[in-house]
Design a protein around this ligand. Structure first.
Ligand SMILES: *[C@@H]1O[C@H](CO)[C@@H](O)[C@H](O)[C@H]1NC(C)=O
Ligand SMILES: *[C@@H]1O[C@H](CO)[C@@H](O)[C@H](O)[C@H]1NC(C)=O
Ligand SMILES: *[C@@H]1O[C@H](CO)[C@@H](O)[C@H](O)[C@H]1NC(C)=O
Length: 239
């Protein structure tokens, strides 16, 4: 019963929460708005990464994702109970923003995606099938998201919506480790395939480019939306 009350109380007073003081506004009419947004964005990262339960911002050190799927006609990679490590060490390197447009780039030295995978399908010239623990790691990543921003009104307050971002990225390196590939008793085959995937990491990523970007942008859209739905537009773009 207590649980129920607590949950209800949290939901019902979300709109009454003061705006988080780690989100510092910038004045859009000032010429250094983008520079200010970059500085304030980087200031907010450590707070956001720790999560803000009251405002529904999930903890992101690590970020926990129950299920992430990369699906194409002849390929499916599912990752369950995924933990993403390294967001706490990421920083914004560029922001261009106005009331209707957001273009931001962030850099992450190292992101590790640790969980349980299931794979079935073709990648490069390889037929993959298997399930088990996995570790996908990106090194020296620059991730750029571009999105249209839209204001909307809820109750008496106007908020900003981050809509269907597009993503581009560059990496210095990616590492893949899929344990128990081919569900085979012959461990050597799995080891060999992992080696081929790692030696051809750029081609592997190119091969799943579209569904991979779709998956990442869906996750990012959901996290950013959770943050934005608690910050009135007037606190992001004060007059
Ligand atoms: C984040 O940076 C700290 C300090 O440099 C380092 O100890 C830690 O391992 C990094 N975390 C990840 C997940 O790379
Ligand atoms: C916002 O920026 C975009 C892209 O630079 C531009 O096309 C648009 O006209 C700008 N909108 C406003 C309101 O300044
Ligand atoms: C994941 O893989 C990276 C790159 O190979 C490695 O540095 C890291 O230690 C691995 N992490 C875990 C938890 O196995």
């Amino acid at each position: 019963m207590k649980h129920l009350v607590v949950a209800f109380a949290t939901v019902s007073c979300i709109c009454a929460l003061s705006h988080p003081d780690y989100i510092k506004p910038c004045h859009i009419k000032k010429p250094d708005f983008n520079k200010c947004a970059l500085e304030h964005g980087n200031y907010a990262i450590p707070y956001l990464v720790k999560g803000d339960k009251q405002r529904g911002v999930p903890k992101m050190n690590p970020m926990k994702l129950p299920l992430v799927e990369v699906v194409e006609s002849n390929f499916r990679l599912a990752m369950k109970d995924l933990s993403v490590y390294g967001l706490e060490n990421s920083s914004l390197t560029d922001i261009k923003m106005n009331q209707t447009y957001l273009d931001l780039t962030f850099h992450a030295d190292r992101l590790m995606f640790i969980g349980q995978y299931e794979v079935d399908g073709k990648i490069l010239f390889l037929s993959l099938q298997g399930s088990g623990p996995c570790n996908l790691t990106s090194v020296g990543g620059n991730f750029r998201f571009v999105s249209v921003l839209q204001e909307y009104t809820e109750g008496k307050e106007t908020f900003v919506k981050f809509n269907k971002p597009t993503m581009d990225y560059t990496l210095e390196r990616a590492y893949f480790y899929l344990e128990n590939l081919l569900d085979s008793g012959d461990q050597q085959i799995g080891i060999d395939i992992n080696r081929i995937l790692n030696e051809n990491w750029e081609d592997v990523l190119k091969d799943i480019d579209v569904p991979l970007k779709e998956t990442v942008t869906t996750v990012v859209e959901s996290v950013v939306s959770k943050i934005l739905r608690n910050i009135p537009a007037k606190n992001i773009f004060p007059d």
